[in-house]
Design a protein around this ligand. Structure first.
Ligand SMILES: [Fe+2]
Length: 483
């Protein structure tokens, strides 16, 4: 038995699902370790924390497991004075606590059917998707819109559910954006059943809700991200959304691609009203994640990973898991959209053809013009989602460089970590957690200016880290002085 198997819950061999095996297998360990073994040398000007969220099922699933269903678990690697430490902890959501009392899973996952006696039509709020640092708090957030759970940044101990200064009345989606110039956090949330199908909001630098408005949408939508510029926020309305009748009557969340409808971006002033949203129409498709957006005169410029055809293509040979596996095989390319606020003109262009996602600029520069972004390469023929290469785009000259991970190693989302005393946009590091199916997990540090040369340091982690979703870099002075 490999170490990977021994660290997984005892029920995992009973479930035939590739997202519960290998690098995707959940772990039973919540770990803490200091002064970790390092291969190479950790730079002393790497000061801060790599924090990553991801799914980690505690109980055997009730229905066909989807990778997005697992309970949220946060992993953090801390870098200070050339040394590294590590912590991991489950997010003790209300749903997980209820299941712990029952001793088994209570909710079906997103493959449905979601409706069960005594339960609502939603999947369990797992808080498993994103981590965001704002107003001295570390949030764990869910992509289907849930409670903003807060964690102590150093111990990852739960500190509650944030109420945005006593004013929050809605859920919050994953992927809020923080404007470092104003300290504001810009967010949205969705409603699957009744208008407003989207709500847009802003919290001030102290975390207090200062603005919230309903957004007019024609129906239920599956928007996943939001971007900001200095003065505006950009909301998503893509023609790839769930069938509301199937969800409400039968409890199945089935998304369909409507090729006859445009992709629409709604530009709203930062604290604008419902009637101030201006919609711009583009080629139909879908976007999970945008890189960044900014203003150039009257133009809004936005880069993101565009899926021209998000329709679900099942492979019948994969049997009952075919739909779930098909949902996760995305075909994307880097695209740029331009929207002119004076003339209403729209432009869009494909910037590259490489299939990349989990794209991050220097997140301290959200809303400002950025030159570089760091992506994960996803091979088109993959069976399960595996990050196979780190790709660095130069959005100014259109070039890109890549580093293919060695055989057997797969990455996590890889944020840029600004070097202490950085002089320019890529004067720093790229940090990630790497997984190997043999059970090894390591934190790798790349020189952001030379990612193609591979890692400059590898930190051995004390226990296996399952493959996950979103990661952020939090500068050290925020964790060690603001908390
Ligand atoms: Fe996401």
């Amino acid at each position: 038995m490999t170490s990977a198997e021994t660290e997984a819950p005892t029920w995992t061999p009973n479930v035939d699902n590739p997202y519960l095996q290998g690098i995707h297998a959940p772990t039973v360990h919540e770990s803490c370790a200091f002064d970790l073994e390092v291969e190479g040398e950790l730079p002393t000007d790497l000061f801060g924390a790599y924090v990553r969220n991801g799914p980690n099922s505690v109980f055997q699933p009730r229905n066909a497991y989807h990778w997005f269903d697992g309970d949220g678990m946060v992993h953090a690697v801390y870098f200070r004075d050339g040394k590294a430490s590590y912590r991991s902890r489950l997010v003790p959501t209300a749903g997980l606590r209820k299941e712990a009392q029952a001793g088994h899973a209570l909710w079906n996952g997103v493959m449905g059917p979601l409706n069960q006696e005594g339960m609502d039509l939603r999947a369990k709020d797992t808080a498993n998707t994103d981590v965001v640092w704002h107003s001295g708090k570390l949030y764990a957030l869910w992509y289907l819109c849930g409670e903003p759970y807060t964690l102590d940044p150093l111990t990852l101990e739960p500190t509650g559910v944030d109420d945005f200064g006593g004013k929050r009345r809605t859920t919050v989606s994953a992927h809020p954006k923080v404007d470092e110039r104003t300290g504001e956090m810009v967010w949205f949330t969705l409603d699957d059943f009744e208008p407003p199908y989207m709500t847009y909001g802003v919290c001030d630098r102290d975390g207090k809700l200062v603005h919230q408005v309903p957004i007019d949408l024609p129906g239920v939508r599956a928007s996943h991200d939001i971007t900001i510029t200095q003065n505006y926020s950009i909301l998503h309305d893509f023609p790839f959304f769930q069938d509301p009748e199937l969800l409400q009557k039968h409890g199945f969340r089935v998304a369909r691609f409507h090729r006859d409808l445009p992709s629409r971006f709604g530009v709203i002033p930062r604290r604008g009203g419902t009637d101030e949203v201006r919609w711009f129409e583009f080629e139909p498709g879908y976007v999970l994640h945008m890189v960044n957006a900014w203003e150039e005169g009257d133009w809004i410029v936005m880069d993101g990973c565009f899926q021209p055809d998000p329709s679900i293509r099942r492979n019948p040979e994969e049997g009952p898991l075919a739909s779930m596996l098909a949902y996760l095989r995305i075909q994307t390319h880097l695209r740029r959209w331009r929207m002119n606020l004076a003339t209403g003109e729209c432009k869009e262009e494909q910037l590259d053809d490489l299939n990349t996602e989990f794209c991050l600029p220097d997140t301290l520069l959200y809303g400002e013009k950025t030159r570089f972004s760091y992506h994960q390469y996803l091979p088109a023929d993959m069976h399960t989602v595996e990050f196979r290469a780190l790709v660095k785009y130069d959005h100014e000259d259109g070039s890109c460089v890549r580093y293919d991970y060695p055989d057997g190693w797969f990455a996590s989302e890889s944020p840029y970590a600004r070097r202490v005393g950085a002089q320019s946009e890529d004067d720093g590091y790229v940090v990630t957690i790497m997984m190997n199916p043999d059970g090894r997990s390591e934190a790798w540090v790349f020189d952001a200016r030379q990612i193609e040369r591979g890692s400059v340091a590898r930190v051995r982690l004390p226990s296996r880290v399952p493959a996950g979703f979103h990661a952020k870099w939090i500068p050290g002075e925020r964790i060690w002085t603001e908390a």
